[in-house]
Design a protein around this ligand. Structure first.
Ligand code: KE4
Length: 428
C-alpha cells in the first residue's frame, strides 16, 4: 500500500504541529503506526492522500452517524454559506437546533450551544458547582470527558483518596477536588457518597463508556447514581457527547430510563462541524449567564454553519426506523466479528450498545477500566494494522469504540468481516 504522500505530509506536520497532529489519538502512537492523512470521504468510505480507500468505522469519532458528505447536510451547509459564516449574534438556526435537542431529550428544557464536548462538560461542572455551592466532583476511571483541568484527573491511590493530576499542568489544587472511582462499582459509590456526599457538587459519567473501549453500564449502576444524587443533593451529569443521538434519538438516558440533571452533547449534533452543548432543567440552566450569574461564553457558539449541519443531521436520524436499521447493521458486524474470533480461537470480548461497538482482546468480561487495561494491546495493535492494510479503518486504540453509520451497507460489513477473519487467523 503506497503511503508516500501521508508520510511526506506527516514529516512536514511534525515540524509544525505537536506530534504532527491536532489531537493526540490521531497520531496512532499506541498501535505503532503513522497517521494516514485523509484527502476526502464519501458515505462510509475515506480516501487517504495516496488515494487508498478504507471502510471507515471512526466516522470522525462518532460524529458522522449518517456517513460522510450526506447530501442534505452538505446542501444545508452550502445554502447557509450564502448568508454568511458567523455573526457573533443569535440566528434562527440556533433556536431551531435548541428546539430539536429539547424535544428529543426529556430531561433537557434549556440548552446552551458551545464548540466542543470539552466546553460542554467543563461548563456543566462549573454550573453544578455554582448551583450547589460545593466543590467536589466525582468521575469514573476510564471515562473521558474532554481535557478541562478538573476532568483530566486520574484515580487517587486509594479508593477514597482524591484525584491526582492526570496530566502535567493540572495543578494538584484543582485535581484534589475531583474523585475518580471504578466504573460500575456500586459499592464504592455508596461508600464514598456516604462519607462525602454532602460535599459532592456533581457526579459526571459516560452513561455508556466509550473511552475505555466500549463498556456498558452494569445493572443498577445508573439508577444508583440517580438515587445517590437525589439523596445528597448532588447533580447527576450525563456526558452524552458520544452517546447522545447515537444509542437512541433521546440518548442513553432514553435507552436506560435514567434521567440526569444536566446532559452534555457533542459530535452528532454538529453533523461533522464543531459543536458541543449542555442542557438541563430550567431552574438549573437559568443560572447560566446572562440569565444567571454562572459565566460561560464562546465566540463561535451557535454559529450558523455548524447549526445548519446539526439540524440537517437530526432531521434525518429522527425519521422512523433509522435506529432499528442501524442496529441491524451493528449486530451484523458484531456477530460476524465474534464468529471470526471464535474461528481463529482468539479470546475476544465483543459488545455493542446500539451502533457503538467494543472489541477487546481479552478472555474475561470487561466491566471497568482495570479490566480493559488487561486486554492484549499487542494483539489489538496487530489487528489494527492488519485491518488498515486491508482497507478497514478502525480507531487506533484499544480504548476507543467502533461506530457504524447509515452509509455502511451489507457489502461493506461483509468485506470488513472477510478482512477481520484473515487478520485474526494471522494473530494466533
Ligand atoms: P471534544 O472536546 O473532543 O469535542 O469532546 C470531548 C469528549 C467528551 N466526552 C466524551 C464522552 C468524549 O468521547 C469526548 C471526545 N471523544 C474523543 C474520542 N473518544 C475524541 C477524539 C479525540 O480526542 O481526538
Amino acid at each position: 500500500m503506497n503511503l508516500s504522500n501521508s508520510k511526506k505530509l506527516f514529516d512536514r506536520a511534525v515540524k509544525l504541529i505537536p506530534g504532527g497532529v491536532n489531537s493526540p489519538v490521531r497520531a496512532c502512537q499506541s498501535v505503532g503506526a503513522e497517521p494516514l492523512f485523509i484527502d476526502r470521504a464519501e458515505g462510509c468510505l475515506i480516501f487517504d492522500a495516496d488515494g487508498n480507500r478504507y471502510i471507515d468505522y471512526i466516522g470522525s469519532w462518532g460524529s458522522l452517524i449518517l456517513g460522510h458528505r450526506y447530501p442534505s447536510v452538505i446542501e444545508a451547509v452550502t445554502v447557509v454559506l450564502e448568508r454568511g459564516t458567523s455573526f457573533g449574534a443569535p440566528t434562527d438556526l440556533e433556536v431551531q437546533l435548541a428546539q430539536m435537542v429539547v424535544e428529543a431529550v426529556p430531561s433537557v428544557e434549556i440548552v446552551r450551544m458551545v464548540n466542543s464536548g470539552t466546553e460542554a462538560t467543563m461548563s456543566a461542572v462549573r454550573l453544578a458547582r455554582g448551583v450547589t455551592q460545593r466543590e467536589l466532583i466525582i468521575k469514573f476511571d476510564g471515562c473521558y470527558h474532554g481535557h478541562a483541568d478538573t476532568l483530566l484527573v486520574a484515580a487517587g491511590s486509594g479508593l477514597a483518596t482524591l484525584g491526582i493530576p492526570g496530566s502535567p499542568g493540572v495543578p494538584e489544587s484543582i485535581a484534589r477536588h475531583t474523585l475518580s472511582l471504578p466504573y460500575n462499582d456500586v459499592d464504592s459509590l455508596n461508600k464514598v457518597m456516604t462519607e462525602k456526599g454532602e460535599f459532592v457538587a456533581g457526579i459526571i459519567v459516560e452513561p455508556v463508556a466509550g473511552n475505555m473501549g466500549l463498556v456498558a453500564p452494569g445493572k443498577g449502576f445508573l439508577e444508583t447514581l440517580r438515587q445517590l444524587c437525589d439523596r445528597y443533593g448532588s447533580l447527576l451529569i450525563f456526558d452524552e457527547v458520544m452517546t447522545g443521538f447515537r444509542v437512541a434519538y433521546g440518548g442513553a438516558q432514553a435507552l436506560y430510563g435514567v434521567y440526569p440533571d444536566l446532559t452534555c452533547f457533542g459530535k452528532i449534533i454538529g453533523g461533522g462541524l464543531p459543536v458541543g452543548a449542555y442542557g438541563g432543567k430550567r431552574e438549573l440552566m437559568s443560572q447560566v449567564a446572562p440569565q444567571g450569574s454562572i459565566y460561560q461564553a464562546g465566540t463561535l457558539s451557535g454559529n450558523p454553519v455548524a447549526m445548519a449541519a446539526g439540524i440537517a443531521t437530526l432531521e434525518q436520524i429522527q425519521k422512523d426506523g433509522f435506529y432499528e436499521a442501524l442496529d441491524q447493521k451493528a449486530e451484523h458486524l458484531l456477530s460476524g466479528l465474534q464468529h471470526a474470533a471464535q474461528k481463529a480461537t482468539i479470546p475476544v470480548q465483543a459488545q455493542r450498545v446500539g451502533s457503538m461497538l467494543g472489541f477487546f482482546f481479552n478472555d474475561r468480561a470487561v466491566k471497568n477500566f482495570d479490566d480493559s487495561k488487561t486486554s492484549d494491546l499487542k494483539k489489538f495493535s496487530a489487528f489494527y494494522n492488519g485491518l488498515r492494510q486491508a482497507g478497514i479503518y478502525i480507531a487506533p486504540s484499544q480504548f476507543e469504540a467502533l461506530f457504524i453509520s447509515a452509509a455502511h451497507e451489507t457489502e461493506h460489513i461483509e468485506a470488513t468481516l472477510k478482512a477481520a477473519e484473515r487478520v485474526l487467523v494471522q494473530l494466533k
